[in-house]
Design a protein around this ligand. Structure first.
Ligand code: AGP
Length: 373
């Protein structure tokens, strides 16, 4: 087993560190000579699906659902098709309105999650076309789908999803760009800029990982200082919101600290009552069109004496006046910022869990794939 861990103390840490390669594999062959290629979708394209689709529903659970929430933001922007991301255990019982003009996208790294499979089977029975996004070749979801986009992330042994999260996001984003291209909503120079930014991401993730492994790492020391808290809150806006949800889920899963993710603007509608000096807040404040709004929300929190840890873009010195601790990530396009912001959050959760003596590779009560309802 030590050999399988490749010198890392845990599979989770190994898999966090494999993310640059996993991202490269997820894009391999799909971005070529500055152009997007998704041959897996050719049959559906020829059938005219991408011209006629009126609505998209993304069906998924847990971390895959968070990837789906991110995809909602970008697909709506890039393709101008309405998108709903819904958790599969709700979708299967809500008698959803779907039909041949509703594209269903199933996101499931294992391809075996029971709720996702049942929900998708029902949608198919009503005539909805299905695209699966999965890591496992020939898994159950692939037999229920009209097309499959594989993550190509390589095996993930740790129960918590790390590299399958970032690769799910990238594959969904590629699908979003493809839809934008098919609907003639993305100009070729915009496409080139998006693809170039995507191709740059693996090196940027590597940069975060290298810093975290070096003598100037701030994440592990911060995690050790936070290891005894009982509650934590994560906030973000726009694509920062699903990132906050995923950051909170990671912390819950492996450290057993109670953590919640919120849209930053929703805090003052109730949850801010939970904040006190013993409940740190983690804010996602990377560069975005709503950066100032997030900063305002972080200031509201600090006014309650809560400690603020902020994920920000390198070069943003101003943020230091609003934060007790800053975790910097490189600059990218706003849409892609979650793929960088999530890396320090994964490392933070990992180090908190190790400091608390938790079983990080196999957390209590969790299974890698949930094949029963
Ligand atoms: C992720 O860290 C979790 N273990 C869990 O939320 C997971 O994402 C969920 O069960 C969905 O799994 P799937 O992607 O295999 O369908």
């Amino acid at each position: 087993e030590a050999a399988e861990k490749g010198g890392y103390p845990h599979f989770v840490l190994k898999e966090i560190n494999e993310q640059p390669d996993a991202l490269r594999r997820a894009m391999l062959g799909r971005i070529r000579d500055g152009q997007l290629h998704l041959p897996e979708l050719e049959k559906l394209r020829k059938e005219g699906l991408f011209d006629r689709v009126q609505r998209i529903i993304i069906v998924a659970c847990g971390t895959s659902y968070h990837a789906g929430l991110l995809a909602k933001y970008v697909i709506e922007q890039w393709a101008r098709i309405p998108v709903e991301a819904i958790t599969a255990s709700e979708f299967r019982y809500c008698n959803p309105i779907v039909g041949p003009e509703t594209l269903c996208i199933a996101v499931t790294q294992s391809g075996e999650t029971a709720d996702t499979l049942v929900g998708i089977r029902q949608a198919r029975e009503q005539g909805a076309p299905v695209i699966a996004v999965t890591n496992i070749v020939a898994s159950a979801i692939t037999r229920l789908s009209d097309a499959v986009l594989y993550l190509q992330a390589g095996p993930e042994i740790g129960v918590v999803a790390t590299k399958t999260f970032v690769t799910s996001v990238v594959v969904l984003y590629l699908l979003g760009l493809y839809l934008g291209e098919q609907r003639k909503r993305i100009r070729s120079e915009q496409m080139s800029a998006f693809l170039a930014a995507l191709e740059h991401l693996p090196d940027q993730v590597q940069h975060i990982l290298d810093q975290a492994a070096g003598p100037d790492d701030v994440i592990a020391p911060l995690a050790r200082r936070m290891a005894s808290v009982s509650n934590m809150m994560f906030i973000g806006r726009g694509v920062g919101y699903p990132t906050a949800l995923e950051g909170a889920l990671k912390l819950k899963e492996i450290s057993y600290i109670h953590a919640e993710g919120f849209p930053a603007g929703e805090l003052k509608h109730g949850s801010i009552a939970l904040l006190d000096p013993d409940t740190p807040l983690l804010g996602i404040a990377t560069s975005s069109h709503i950066y100032e709004k997030v900063i305002t929300n972080i200031q509201e929190v600090r006014a309650r004496d809560a400690r603020a840890i902020v994920v920000a873009t390198e070069g943003d010195e101003r943020v230091k006046q609003f934060a007790d601790d800053v975790l910097y990530v490189p600059a990218t396009l706003e849409a892609f910022s979650p793929l960088l912001a999530i890396i320090p959050l994964q490392l933070f959760s990992y180090h908190v869990a190790v400091a608390r003596g938790c079983n990080v590779d196999q957390p209590r009560n969790l299974a890698k794939s949930v094949t029963v309802e």
